[in-house]
Structure formats: structure tokens, C-alpha cells
Design a protein around this ligand. Structure first.
Ligand code: F6P
Length: 377
């Protein structure tokens, strides 16, 4: 039986910020169960930091967090627009742009009203950035690293990533058979923002022939040459896995839309269609494209994410109980540890094109990255 110690912590809040991902509920469950066991009350904050701005708070009980381990999404709701330092309150400037206000005082009032002493923040770099000013002003914020992009600085892995890789791989596997039947090139666009981890892992797992990531700007002529050589060798179809943030050499990322109410206003999208059209125009081979979109973020977490989410959640609760302040739970070289939460704010961990064994492994199985470094068997 574990000893019940909590360093005098009586009540904590937990919130899920940014885009949702599988495993959030597993962390909520782990934090809540562990905290309750140690005599700490837990309050769920709805819709990320918005719940603290608009006072949307609920008590989490053992029953409330039962049966949610394998459920996708988050029972608390999430928001990627609710940074209290620049919150869109609904007003508009004369030019139509949204009025962004610092509503941090509302957050302090809400925390005081509910006597919440510490916050567990489940999120990516945006959520850690939103938490940073409160951590600096004395609210104990413990971060848990979430994102399907796997781009959080300081941790080798974020929960949700493994499920997104599995979802994308499943889709890529499925387009193989139809591409083969019709002798087509099919270009599949996956998420990941400015980081290529999702495309690289799903591309590798599905045996995609071409993988395009933001960190390696591609040459479309080189990709066409690769596809022609494949065809000459009897390979009559090609699968291209392209990250939404990939861009041609000397070109720019394709932006689908800009959301001025969001702290991270750029929504990427459209590169698969562009690549597909270019390949068809240049090679005259028939091409199609698919954008996987939010399918990648949906559904139940895979077993790996359930396990890591539970480990992260337990570690977060343990940090709180031990009296540690403003830490981010991370995984480094297979071991759970923690770093300063501020270290992960406003930064992204990208693929290093010059030092990444995943790239080397992919190249060794004849994968083309559109940079002229490929070989065809
Ligand atoms: O950061 C997670 C993520 O899914 C990115 O991969 C993607 O670019 C973005 O969020 C999509 O955001 P939204 O859910 O606002 O469309």
C-alpha cells in the first residue's frame, strides 16, 4: 500500500488545452485517481484556460473518471484559442480584426474562488506558453506533454502521437491497394504543423515510397524523376506521404486559412493537392490526393498511449504531492523525468535532417525525400 503524502496540497485543477488527442482522458483519470487517493480534491476545468476565464469548473470524482481510459477526446473539452494573455472577448476593431485582451485577472479570481492551489496543464507548446505567466506569478503549474505532432521541446515522446501514427498508417495502408489496382500515384497529407515526425513515422510504418517533411524542402522534379524510375523498374504505383507543413525548395508552406482569434493563427493545408497536380502534369501518370485531417486525432488511444498517459498522469500527481513547482513531465531516453515548464513554452522540436536515424532507415529502404538522395532498387 502506497503511503498517503501530499505536502499539504488540498485542491488542484486540471485542464486540457490546444488540439485534442487520444490519451487526454487517460491522463485525467490517472491524475485524479492518484490525487484522490492521497486526499487531494480535483477540479476539472472545462475547455482549457477558457474554463478559468469564464469560471467553468466541475468537481472530479472517482465515478466521473471511471470508464474513460480508452475514450478519445477529452471529457473536459479543449480550446486552442484561450490564452488569457490575449483572449478574444468578442469585440472587433474598426478593421474587423478581433480585440484581444489580457484577462489574467479573471483566471486569478477563478482560482481563488475555487481555492485551487495548483494546476495540471495537459497540452503542447501553446498550452505551456499560456501557463508560463501564471507559473512565473506563483501558481504552481505542472505540465503533461500532449500533441499528435510530437514536437514539444524536452521530451522524446508526447502522448497522442502513437495513436495518430497508427491512424495515419492505417489510412496509408488502405490507399496502397487502390493505388496498385489503378496504377496511380496517391498523395496522402498528414498533420504535424512544422514538424515532420508524424509523416516520417507513418510514412515509414506504411512503406510509403515518398515522404515529404517540413524540415527537408523538396524538389518536385526530383520526385517525378523517382516515380519515372520506379515505373521503368515495373513499379506502376507510388504512395506519397506528405506533411501538411512540407514545402518546395525556395517556396512557402501552403496555408489553408488564418484564424486571427487563435494564438497560433496559421492552419496549414493543401500541399497534397499541389504535389499531386504537379506529378500528374509532369509525368502524365494518373494521380489522386487525400487529406486525412482530424481523423488522425480521433478515436481511442492505442495501448502505448494509454500506458504512457497513465505514467505521465501519475508522475504529474507525484510532482504535486512532493511539493515540486512548475515542472513538465517528460520522457528522455526511455526514462520519466521532469524539466522546468518554461523550457517548453513557444518552441518546437523538429526533425534534424542531418542527424536522425529514422531518416537513415527510410533512405535505406529506397524512400525518396525529394532531395536527390534516393536510390531505386
Ligand atoms: O497541433 C495539433 C494539430 O492537429 C496539428 O497537427 C494541426 O496543424 C492543427 O492541430 C490543426 O488544428 P485545428 O484542430 O485547429 O484545425
Amino acid at each position: 500500500m502506497t503511503e498517503k503524502t501530499n505536502h499539504g496540497v488540498k485542491r488542484i485543477g486540471i485542464l486540457t488545452g490546444g488540439g485534442d488527442c487520444p490519451g487526454l482522458n487517460a491522463v485525467i483519470r490517472a491524475v485524479t485517481k492518484d490525487a484522490l487517493f492521497h486526499g487531494i480534491e480535483v477540479y476539472g476545468i472545462r475547455d482549457g484556460f477558457e474554463g478559468l476565464i469564464l469560471d467553468k469548473v466541475e468537481r472530479l470524482t472517482r465515478d466521473r473518471v471511471s470508464g474513460i481510459l480508452n475514450r478519445g477526446g477529452t471529457i473536459l473539452g479543449s480550446s486552442n484559442k484561450a490564452n488569457p494573455k490575449s483572449y478574444a472577448t468578442g469585440g472587433r476593431h474598426a478593421d474587423g480584426s478581433p480585440v484581444l485582451e489580457d484577462v489574467s485577472d479573471d483566471v486569478y479570481k477563478c482560482l481563488e474562488k475555487h481555492e485551487i492551489e495548483a494546476l495540471v496543464c495537459l497540452g503542447g507548446d501553446g498550452t505551456m506558453s499560456a501557463a508560463a505567466p501564471f507559473a512565473e506569478k506563483g501558481i504552481n503549474c505542472i505540465g503533461v506533454p500532449k500533441t499528435i505532432d510530437n514536437d514539444l521541446v524536452g521530451t522524446d515522446i508526447t502522448f497522442g502521437f502513437a495513436t495518430a501514427v497508427a491512424n495515419a498508417t492505417d489510412a496509408l495502408d488502405k490507399v496502397h491497394s487502390t493505388a496498385a489496382s489503378h496504377h496511380r500515384t496517391i498523395v496522402v497529407e498528414v498533420m504535424g504543423r512544422n514538424a515532420g515526425w508524424l509523416a516520417l513515422n507513418a510514412g515509414l510504418a506504411s512503406g510509403s515510397d515518398v515522404i515529404l517533411i517540413p524540415e527537408i524542402p523538396f524538389d518536385i522534379d526530383d520526385i517525378c524523376e523517382y516515380i519515372r524510375e520506379r515505373a521503368a523498374g515495373g513499379r506502376t504505383y507510388t504512395i506519397v506521404c506528405v506533411s501538411e507543413g512540407a514545402k518546395p525548395k525556395g517556396g512557402k508552406q501552403i496555408v489553408d486559412r488564418v484564424d486571427p482569434t487563435s494564438p497560433d493563427p496559421i492552419r496549414l493545408g493543401g500541399i497534397a493537392k499541389w504535389v499531386s497536380n504537379q506529378i500528374e502534369d509532369q509525368t502524365r501518370f494518373e494521380c489522386r490526393h487525400v487529406v486525412l485531417g482530424h481523423v488522425q486525432r480521433g478515436g481511442p488511444p492505442v495501448a502505448f498511449d494509454r500506458v504512457i498517459a497513465t505514467r505521465f498522469g501519475h508522475a504529474a500527481s507525484e510532482l504535486l504531492r512532493s511539493g515540486k513547482r512548475n515542472r513538465l513531465v517528460v520522457m528522455q531516453e526511455g526514462r520519466l523525468t521532469d524539466i522546468d515548464i518554461l523550457a517548453a513554452a513557444d518552441k518546437q522540436r523538429l526533425v534534424d535532417p542531418n542527424d536522425c536515424d529514422l531518416l537513415d532507415a527510410a533512405r535505406s529502404v529506397y524512400t525518396c525525400f525529394g532531395d536527390g538522395e534516393w536510390q531505386v532498387a
